[in-house]
Design a protein around this ligand. Structure first.
Ligand code: HEC
Ligand code: HEC
Ligand code: HEC
Length: 377
């Protein structure tokens, strides 16, 4: 007997398949437990699909910055210790056995890490992996932050446990006993010493470490610090690195920490040598603005006088040029956000050209801490 293929028969067959699938789901016979793992063929299929997807979508990723930059590596490691190591382990910090029972289990990077190229790593970290528990970057628009994670992933196989601990915990290493489970407990422990957490990256003196990896927060106005930390905690200022520590600290602790850092003596970053003409261009912008582009003088809000009147405005003197530049660029690409007055600044940043951003950042960085003491109560 020959069965003639008609649209009607195909339709009926498809409907029967869908109905069968629904019945099977409804019956509860499908096993969703994580024990026993996937069949070999399922494992192969899922990884094959994931690899293909990552490879294809990585074609959209832009060219990476210089990933051997020490500051990128330090920033990546600081976040990795609390944002990734609880699942993926780290050099000298074995994987938590609880985590290794999930399906798929997060690969244990203290043993080995699969080879992906930089753009593929970028894609995985930026968007996460669906159906696997691998989270997306909290602020996918902060590409600079994602690149610092890629820098760390590429360096991971060559980092000794000592080197990793220094990069991840800074001078606070003693406060953070080695071991994935300690890191996991810390994530949910509200009593964890908040300052020790902040100091991993910013140091207790607020001057940061590893070149321009972290902004200088010493001697910043307390009002600005509190408003900024709340903005991070509530997701109004966008950073996948600062959001988690600010959110897990709690408001009371944030106020105490803001007081602590506001009281630290400010010292200028070692300014990278910059071109004299560039600095001069920056000074003109800071003092006079750019009339043709309706850019007001920066010092009308960030100068000594203005800072005395407006405690909510940040001081920029002696800050790392790279950090200032990244903030202005983040406003221009729409991902900075900030405290209650950030709209003022967004308008200003939007009107600057790339050259002007570079020049004015270099000038502020080169100011040392001239405005110190006189400016702040
Ligand atoms: C809640 C646990 C969890 C956290 C936190 C987590 N991951 Fe993952 N990650 C996973 C899982 C599970 C996979 C496996 C995905 C798969 O096999 O399809 C994975 C896969 C990966 C991969 C691909 C590895 C490979 O070879 O297949 C990379 C790279 C990665 N994660 C990096 C990171 C980074 C960087 C962070 C921190 C920003 C992070 N992960 C945070 C669970 C996690
Ligand atoms: C994993 C490293 C890391 C940890 C931990 C960390 N920070 Fe940060 N912090 C950063 C980075 C990176 C930035 C720059 C964010 C950006 O580019 O938007 C930053 C920015 C800041 C700023 C904004 C500075 C400015 O001039 O606007 C403040 C304030 C701050 N951090 C305070 C803290 C406090 C308080 C804690 C502890 C609750 C903390 N940080 C924990 C890395 C860290
Ligand atoms: C009308 C007032 C005003 C003017 C003029 C102004 N700013 Fe700002 N600026 C602000 C405010 C308010 C903030 C804080 C935004 C926030 O909540 O994060 C800020 C923040 C910044 C930051 C981020 C600082 C940090 O620590 O993260 C940079 C960089 C900056 N301004 C640069 C400039 C430059 C360069 C100019 C001149 C071209 C300028 N500003 C002119 C009000 C102003």
């Amino acid at each position: 007997m020959t069965l003639r293929l008609t649209w009607r028969r195909i339709g009926i067959a498809l409907a029967a398949l869908v109905l069968g699938g629904l019945l099977f789901g409804w019956s509860g016979l499908f096993y969703v437990g994580a024990t026993g793992g996937h069949w070999g063929v399922t494992n192969w299929f899922l990884h094959w699909v994931m690899q293909n997807s990552v490879r294809t979508y990585s074609l959209l990723v832009e060219e990476p910055p210089d990933l051997r930059d020490r500051a990128l590596l330090a920033r990546g490691a600081g976040h990795y210790a609390t944002g990734c190591a609880p699942c993926h382990a780290a050099p000298g910090e074995p994987q938590n056995p609880v985590v290794s029972q999930s399906l798929p289990a997060p690969p244990d990077f203290s043993r080995r890490i699969d080879e992906w190229d930089s753009k593929e790593f970028f894609r995985i970290v930026q968007h996460g992996v669906r159906y696997s528990g691998m989270p997306a970057w909290p602020e996918p628009g902060r590409q600079d932050e994602v690149w610092s994670m890629v820098a760390l992933l590429e360096a991971l196989p060559s980092l000794s446990p000592e080197e990793y601990r220094r990069l991840a915990y800074g001078q606070e290493a003693a406060e953070f006993p080695a071991g994935g489970s300690a890191a996991l407990a810390r994530l949910s422990d509200p009593a964890a010493p908040v300052l020790a957490d902040c100091a991993r990256c910013h140091n207790r003196d607020g001057l940061g470490r590893d070149g321009d990896a972290f902004p200088i927060i010493a001697g910043q106005s307390e009002t600005y610090l509190v408003e900024t930390l709340r903005a991070f905690a509530e997701g109004r200022r966008h950073s996948g690195m600062m959001q988690p520590p600010a959110a897990r600290a709690g408001d009371e602790a944030l106020q105490a920490i803001a007081r602590h850092y506001a009281a630290q003596p400010r010292a200028a970053a070692a300014a990278a040598p910059a071109d004299a003409a560039l600095i001069e261009q920056g000074e003109r912008i800071a003092r006079e603005g750019v009339v043709a582009q309706q850019v007001p003088a920066c010092l009308s809000c960030h100068g000594d006088e203005a800072l005395r009147r407006n405690l909510a405005f940040p001081r920029l003197d002696g800050q790392h040029a790279g950090y200032l530049q990244r903030q202005l660029e983040a406003w221009q690409s729409g991902v900075r956000g900030g405290g209650p007055r950030q709209e003022l600044m967004r308008t200003v940043a939007d009107r600057l050209t790339a050259d002007q951003v570079k020049a004015v950042s270099a000038w502020f960085a080169a100011q040392g801490t001239r405005q110190e003491a006189a400016s702040r109560p």
